[in-house]
Design a protein around this ligand. Structure first.
Ligand SMILES: Nc1ncnc2c1ncn2[C@@H]1O[C@H](COP(=O)(O)OP(=O)(O)O)[C@@H](O)[C@H]1O
Ligand SMILES: [Mg+2]
Length: 390
């Protein structure tokens, strides 16, 4: 049933893409049903070359698993981020356009806006709105030269904004979208340090072949929900887990993929849990934060711990997270269960085999999490595979 609905959605969008390719004018577009209207602008490769001075290295903004991102300036003076995809897409032009179309119709203040794309020969390029303050990874967790001091109100706003973007993807976007790669380098910051989630929906543009999975996994150690990493179970709760890790990074100012804590080289989530057990949770707060609202920070750390619980059904959904971050709710710490950790073998090589932590150990705590004192539990029908229509 779901597959059938998805198929229909794709076909509708596909027609939209083809219509755009044929160069329909606006008056024509206006008479068509909503789903056939396409927002994706197509750029020629040459226009993007001149926007980036032939993809000059000095205009490079970053790059991850999927390609290099350059800053560009369009002919009308609009600054943009231009992402050239390095992965050989097995998709044809039409399918690629269909997916782009899906993403381009999604608009939210906390999601990076797609300006357009370029599909010419073997080139697959995405053009995004440009965000002045790069990513959270570079401003908060990166090298000293790029470090930006973010006070607590800004950090709290980044947590709330990101949560709001995820609520939109999980509950309001049609079809619902599981991001799959929430991490600091995918959270971009505008001129006011408001967050916008990037890379969303992009995973959908690529076939889940082996190379793709290993690249992704290697790039996101420290953020992966154990059930997704070990059992391949992808639900919205995998995003919730990654969001919890991201919050711990924002609060501590430490990168989960780089930092190790104590003699036992604990990962960030384990360290947070240890501090909770020792009743000294506030010790994890970034020493750079001179002043902060202790009650609020305390609440945020607890929310992060609820998000990173081992059992996915114990984790809150993003709407509940948003509520807990927005109001002074009392969070029932007693309901908190142990975090789930996924890590590589101690040989430590990226791309190595998975740690064979038995799943019984990962999911040993079956108690139901109830952060709100009077709430029932977090179990919900959130099981989706990648993107599903509601
Ligand atoms: N719209 C943008 N504005 C400013 N910088 C960006 C933008 N998009 C991406 N970047 C920079 O490029 C990096 C990689 O972008 P991303 O879309 O996450 O690519 P990848 O799929 O390769 O990880 C980001 O971490 C950020 O530093
Ligand atoms: Mg990325």
């Amino acid at each position: 049933m779901n597959l059938a609905i998805r198929h229909i959605t794709m076909i509708k969008n596909c027609f939209g893409a083809l219509n755009w390719c044929r160069g329909r004018d606006d008056s024509d577009t206006a008479e068509k049903p909503q789903e056939q209207v396409i927002a994706t602008k197509q750029f020629t490769y040459n226009s993007l070359r001149s926007a980036t001075r032939d993809f000059h290295p000095s205009s490079k903004l970053g790059g991850g698993g999927y390609g290099v991102v350059h800053k560009g300036v369009l002919r009308d003076g609009t600054p943009v981020a231009i992402k050239s995809l390095s992965v050989e897409s097995k998709q044809g032009t039409r399918e690629f356009m269909t997916e782009i179309d899906m993403i381009s119709n999604i608009r939210h203040p906390n999601l990076v806006g797609l300006v357009g794309c370029c599909v010419e020969g073997s080139h697959r390029i995405l053009v995004y709105e440009f965000l002045e303050n790069n990513s959270l990874a570079s401003s908060l967790l990166g090298s000293k030269s790029k470090y930006v001091a973010l006070d607590w109100p800004k950090r709290a706003a980044i947590c709330r904004g990101t949560a709001s973007g995820l609520v939109f993807l999980h509950d309001e976007a049609q079809p619902n979208i599981v991001h799959r790669d929430i991490k600091a380098s995918n959270i971009l910051l505008d001129e006011n340090f408001s967050p916008k989630i990037g890379d969303f929906g992009l995973a959908k543009l690529f076939p889940d072949n082996v190379t793709h999975v290993s690249t992704r996994v290697a790039g996101t150690v420290g953020y992966l929900a154990p059930e997704y990493a070990l059992l391949g179970q992808l639900t919205k709760k995998a995003d919730v887990y990654s969001f919890g890790v991201l919050m711990l990074e924002i609060i501590s100012g430490k990168s989960s993929s780089k930092a190790a804590f104590g003699d036992n080289l604990l990962v960030l989530v384990e360290w947070a849990w240890k501090l909770k057990e020792e009743n000294r949770l506030l010790d994890m707060v970034d020493p750079e934060l001179a002043e902060f609202d202790e009650m609020e920070v305390f609440r945020f750390i607890k929310v992060a711990l609820f998000c990173t619980q081992a059992a996915a059904q114990n984790r809150p959904n993003m709407k509940q997270v948003m509520e807990m971050l927005s109001k002074e709710v009392h969070i029932n710490e007693k309901a908190l269960t142990e975090p789930g950790i996924y890590r590589w073998h101690s040989s430590g090589k990226m791309g190595g085999s998975l740690n064979e932590t038995p799943s019984s150990q990962l999911f040993k705590n079956k108690k139901t999490g109830m952060p709100h004192e009077n709430s029932t539990n977090f179990s919900s029908n959130d099981v989706v595979t990648e993107m599903l229509p509601r």
